[in-house]
Design a protein around this ligand. Structure first.
Ligand code: PMP
Length: 353
């Protein structure tokens, strides 16, 4: 007799960073933005809360208001934009839509660990391509047959940016695959591949409101690509769940896009704190590459990462440790406010290992 247990889809889920219940912590472990969202967001949510009918009715499945606001922000036509519930949702839908062949999907061995989880969930064959010694991507490794390519730029958790020229070469060698560039951290000083979309019908660029727009709790992500890719994504999304973005989410996201100056200033503040943090951490003996993100990926020649992570946690300073081959002596430290970073420096100044 068949057992229902044999039919369960077994997966190894993604492990997100800790969200400690205590509030009095220095939280540098999940790459959240330490500054509030644009003031327009709070205003829009207040207004929305008073609008009768807002909660009673289904939201617009196309989220047209938000799509149009994104289109005008990025100077792109709305047919080139797809929105979802955080970039995790957009990326999951993209895996389901575009990686549906027999050849392996390629992504770096050290990267966003959710890629492997989605590949497992959707039973997509994949190969992890090792980064070089310095954690740089070797473009030539992607000049071969494959069923799709995805990597973040800048990469996570390394913070390293690859040049747009290298990305373009990867695109040129892969006209038969969809190439996804996950730009979750692009707004902290990196160059977006969005400018290549006109020339490459197989390029999808994915971004999020979680980092540079301080809205991780609202859950908004989006993809930009030629209408054929966007149309395919929409068809899969509407075959799964049409009403994923709430009316409040659509309002909040649209409002955030109204204030370009605030967006730029907040990202700039984080970049300044990051530059200072790189200097300070090097003074403490840490080894790190220059980051183009809102986090730093560091290792220390004397202090083992796991122990430092635990010692920091005991002092209510949370950073991220990945018990994975090649990076299990590294810590990923999110760039917080100058005040939060000072608490980290104070701890390190007295640290004996
Ligand atoms: N891509 C990368 C590389 C990330 O680090 C993250 C954040 N965990 C995401 C995508 C997903 O972010 P969100 O779903 O909040 O947009």
């Amino acid at each position: 007799m068949q057992n229902w247990r044999d039919n369960i889809r077994r997966v190894t889920p993604y492990t997100p960073g800790e969200q400690p219940a205590e509030t009095d912590v220095v939280k540098l472990n999940t790459n959240e933005n330490p500054y509030p969202p644009a003031p327009e967001v709070e205003e829009a949510l207040r207004e929305a809360a008073c609008e009768t009918g807002l909660l009673r009715r289904y939201p617009d499945p196309e989220a047209q208001e938000l799509v149009e606001a994104l289109a005008s922000f990025y100077g792109m036509s709305p047919e080139r934009i797809f929105v979802g519930v955080g970039s995790d949702d957009v990326l999951a839908m993209s895996f389901l839509t575009f990686f549906n062949g027999d050849r392996p999907l390629l992504f770096p061995d050290i990267t966003y660990s959710f890629y492997e989880v989605w590949a497992g969930l959707f039973q997509i064959p994949f190969e992890k391509v090792p980064l070089d010694e310095g954690f740089h991507l070797r473009k030539e490794d992607y000049f071969r047959e494959n069923g799709g390519i995805i990597f973040p730029n800048p990469n996570a958790p390394t913070g390293i940016e690859e040049s747009l020229e290298d990305i373009e070469e990867i695109l040129q060698h892969n006209p038969s695959s969809v190439v996804i560039i996950d730009e979750a951290y692009v707004d902290f000083g990196a160059r977006s591949a969005a400018e290549l979309i006109d020339r490459y019908d197989n390029l999808l660029v994915v971004q999020t409101f979680s980092k540079s727009r301080s809205m991780a709790g609202v859950r908004i992500g989006f993809a930009m690509g030629q209408p054929e890719l966007i149309g395919a994504l929409k068809a899969v999304k509407y075959s799964f769940n049409s009403y994923t973005m709430s009316r409040l989410t659509i309002k909040a996201g649209t409002a955030a896009l109204k204030n370009r100056a605030y967006f730029r200033e907040t990202a700039e503040k984080i970049c300044q704190t990051r530059e200072l943090a790189q200097k300070r951490l090097r003074e403490f003996g840490f080894i790190l590459e220059d980051s183009r993100t809102n986090f730093l990926f560091v290792t220390h020649p004397v202090w083992p990462a796991r122990k430092l992570y635990e010692d920091l946690k005991r002092e209510h300073i949370y950073v991220r440790f990945f018990p994975q081959p090649r990076i299990d002596n590294y810590l990923r430290i999110t760039v917080g406010t100058d005040e939060e970073m000072s608490k980290l420096y104070d701890f390190l100044a007295g640290y004996k290992g």
